[in-house]
Design a protein around this ligand. Structure first.
Ligand code: ATP
Ligand code: MG
Length: 348
């Protein structure tokens, strides 16, 4: 089969980990006889440097026409004061593509459980997904303004916006442990009352899925106290932002975690959850796992290439199990050496 992929390496460690992801994608393509047609586009700070725009027209066009998009990371001190920042470019891309859901798996395999800052026994077997609403809620609601005396943000959701993200979460739960935890603050927030009511309505369409509701404050404790209790978590934009960063700590490094963002139709976008890590850029020490797992997510979710995705994840985990760890996990393996190890397994 033939697949068109838009690759956005971006800034900082972005190009280094993208190189890793694309190398392994090419290797997989040869192994399974797929044609992955990858085109690299300028985006973020790299877009500003090349064209003066963090999201140049050719990048928007290339992304819109692709079957899927791989993004590494954007931003850095160099562009903080730009008229249009790299982050503005990312918001524009999400908006243009209508990416309303952000999916973040948090999984701890037995072999990396001891790398967690939490007790090994507590995190062993952790395997859940945070489904975060991405285009509504507190981050986008109007009115939104501030001055030196007062400030307003608005937490607004239309029922249809809640329905589509909740349905997606139920669909994901059906493919996994059939357990859905909806996180809200329905004791205080009006938007959460509608959220909870909507979840309960949609639950009747999925009788096989066990549903529970947690207040966001209780959920943030339980994620640390008992992470293995979760299967799929669904929540609004800001709660999802905070909970997924909190959950990332469980695995021991930000450098381990991928994400996928989906629209109603059109290409999905896959990217690590971390930023461009300017502090370690250019040193060949970044952990490429977040990018490798993002590639695996793309293969599975956009192309239904399950065997290929499993093969890639298995090879990468094998390399970690053998003790090849990057600096963020206390090892000395470089980005390129890690990639070569995975490649060697794939080529076997
Ligand atoms: P952003 O605002 O873009 O989310 P951030 O300020 O949250 O960025 P990151 O760039 O995500 O920060 O980096 C946070 C810390 O995690 C840094 O010390 C960085 O070096 C480290 N880090 C992030 N990604 C990786 C990775 N893939 N490998 C190793 N370390 C990483
Ligand atoms: Mg951050």
């Amino acid at each position: 089969m033939n697949y068109t992929i838009a690759a956005l390496p971006g800034d900082g460690i972005g190009p280094e980990i993208m190189e890793s992801g694309l190398t392994l994608l090419e290797t997989l393509g040869k192994k399974f006889q797929h044609e992955f047609n990858v085109t690299v586009y300028p985006f973020g700070g790299a877009g500003i440097d090349e064209t003066g725009d963090p999201i140049p027209p050719q990048t928007i066009k290339g992304c819109s026409e692709a079957d899927a998009i791989l993004l590494a990371a954007i931003g850095g001190p160099k562009w903080e004061k730009a008229e249009k920042t790299p982050e503005d470019g990312l918001l524009q891309l999400r908006k243009t593509l209508g990416l309303f859901s952000n999916i973040r798996p948090i999984a701890v395999s037995d072999s990396i459980a001891h790398l967690s800052p939490l007790k090994t026994e507590r995190v062993k077997g952790t395997d859940f997904i945070v489904v975060r609403e991405l285009t509504g809620g507190l981050y986008f609601g109007q009115p939104k303004h501030w001055n030196d005396e007062e400030a307003t943000d608005t937490l607004f959701y239309k029922k249809s916006e809640i329905e589509r993200i909740v349905r997606q979460a139920f669909d994901i739960a059906m493919t996994r442990g059939k357990k859905l935890t909806s996180v809200d603050k329905a004791n205080v927030l009006a938007s959460s009352k509608l959220w909870r009511k909507t979840v309960n309505e949609i639950a009747t369409e999925y009788p096989e899925v066990t549903v529970d509701h947690l207040y966001v404050d209780a959920a943030s404790m339980k994620i640390i106290q008992n992470p293995t209790a979760f299967d799929v978590i669904v929540t609004e934009n800001m709660f999802g932002d905070i909970l997924s960063d909190e959950a990332s700590v469980i695995t021991g490094s930000l450098g381990m975690l991928p994400s996928g963002s989906h629209a109603v139709s059109g290409p999905s976008l896959y990217e690590p959850i971390h930023g461009s890590a300017p502090d370690i850029a250019g040193k060949n020490i970044a952990n490429p796992m977040s990018m490798i797992l993002s590639v695996a997510m793309m293969l599975r979710q956009s192309f239904q290439l399950h065997e290929e995705a499993d093969t890639l994840e298995k090879a990468a985990n094998e390399v970690m199990d053998a003790g090849f760890l990057t600096a963020d996990l206390g090892g000395t393996t470089t980005t390129t050496a890690f990639t070569e190890q995975v490649k060697a397994i794939l080529e076997k």
